[in-house]
Design a binder for this molecule. Structure first.
Ligand SMILES: Cc1cc2nc3c(=O)[nH]c(=O)nc-3n(C[C@H](O)[C@H](O)[C@H](O)COP(=O)(O)O)c2cc1C
Length: 360
């Protein structure tokens, strides 16, 4: 009998027992009635798998290339703000866990660890940086520069926030992000000595961002720039037209526009629009290896996981992160074998179809 956690849901339950109400609801919650939050998870189940047999699957590996370099699996850690609320060492532990699992982590602009310190904490890890744009272009530029100078491989510009979504759990709890944990990367970029409150940070973000700003960032940046947080073929086309190296199909984990499309619903049209011309990532509701297999079959190059990695971090720091990523890799490898594939690259649209109930 296995006593410890054996799947993402087990880690979620354990983390819920360990975290205080305010942080737990901040991490777990979504916007409005949380329709998108729930559908992100359930919509992967609207697809059914079409396995092929007798294909010789005695050697199967989830290993793949992500952004042109090897990774143990097509599963990356999504940018999640304020990780010191989950673990005293926050993002540094997350990075160490991702590195131990052989994959990359994306650091949030709203992180409690600055990019240079993250790189030092996990020198063998692969890191990406999530960028929020600020009204002062010098701040945006300074954030980007520190990440690039610290060896971060790509910039993910998040375009589905600000403004922040209507998080009613936080409002009922009277919860705001604790400024004493600090956002040192941002503090350095603003040239300030004092930590900014979350209200001050949001007030300084650029709510007037347009595609022209994405084009400027992509032009100025020496590493690939991705647009994170789009759900339509139209916006995917625009992202490419404005210099993006790829896109992340995402609705911010159901935390922004409630009733926005679940990412499993949005992914096929974006994949069709890109047609292999750019890197396609997706996140939202990935909890099982079969979810990852479905995403890849629908056209994603890799997925990101937000909350699952966070639950691992809250439960057991770097070991917990590595354990969650490891179990997802094992589930994916089993799914690949049972689908008749030996590697993620072998998955195609022929391996999925809509579940009968979901098409009704
Ligand atoms: C607590 C929390 C904080 C987040 N903070 C950020 C952030 O700072 N920047 C960002 O681009 N996305 C942020 N996200 C969204 C994640 O990057 C990702 O899109 C989402 O978590 C994926 O859904 P999943 O949690 O179901 O895997 C956050 C998500 C959560 C749960």
């Amino acid at each position: 009998m296995e006593d410890g956690p054996i799947n993402v849901a087990d880690f979620e339950r354990l983390a819920a027992e360990m975290l205080e109400r305010g942080p737990l609801d901040y991490f777990a919650g979504g916007a409005g009635d949380e329709v998108t939050l729930r559908e992100n998870v359930s919509a992967w189940g609207h697809w059914r798998l079409r396995p092929r047999v007798l294909t010789d699957v005695h050697q199967v590996s989830a290993a793949t290339e992500v952004l042109g370099k090897p990774a143990s699996m097509p599963i990356l850690v999504a940018p999640v703000a304020y990780q010191r609320m989950a673990h005293p060492e926050g993002e540094a532990e997350m990075a160490a866990g991702a590195a131990a699992a052989g994959t990359a982590m994306c650091l949030s602009t709203l992180s409690n660890t600055r990019p240079s310190d993250l790189a030092a904490a996990a020198p063998r890890g692969r890191h990406l940086f999530q960028l929020y744009a600020f009204k002062d272009p010098g701040v945006t530029r300074a954030l980007m520069d520190e990440a690039v100078d610290s060896g971060f491989e790509a910039i993910l510009v998040t375009v589905d926030a600000p403004p922040g979504g209507n998080r009613e759990r936080d409002r009922r709890n009277g919860f705001t992000l604790p400024s004493e944990l600090g956002t040192p990367g941002l503090t350095a970029a603003t040239g300030g000595e004092q930590e900014l409150s979350i209200e001050e940070i949001f007030a300084r973000m650029n709510h007037a961002l347009t595609w022209a700003d994405v084009a400027d960032l992509a032009f100025e940046c020496s590493v690939p720039v991705f647009v994170k947080g789009l759900l339509t073929a139209e916006d995917a086309e625009l992202a490419l037209d404005h210099g993006a190296a790829g896109v992340v199909v995402s609705n911010h984990g159901g935390r922004q526009l409630d009733r926005a499309l679940a990412t499993a619903e949005a992914l096929p049209e974006v994949a069709d629009a890109l047609d292999g011309r750019a890197t396609l990532l997706v996140d939202g509701g990935i909890r099982r290896g079969v979810d990852v297999a479905t995403a890849l079959a629908l056209g994603a190059d890799a997925v990101l996981v937000g909350r699952p990695a966070l639950w691992g971090l809250a439960c057991a720091g770097r070991e917990g992160v590595a354990a969650v990523l490891g179990l997802l890799r094992e589930e994916l490898e089993l799914a690949l074998a049972l689908l008749g594939c030996t590697s993620p690259a072998e998955l195609t649209r022929a391996h999925v179809r809509r579940a009968p109930a979901a098409t009704a």
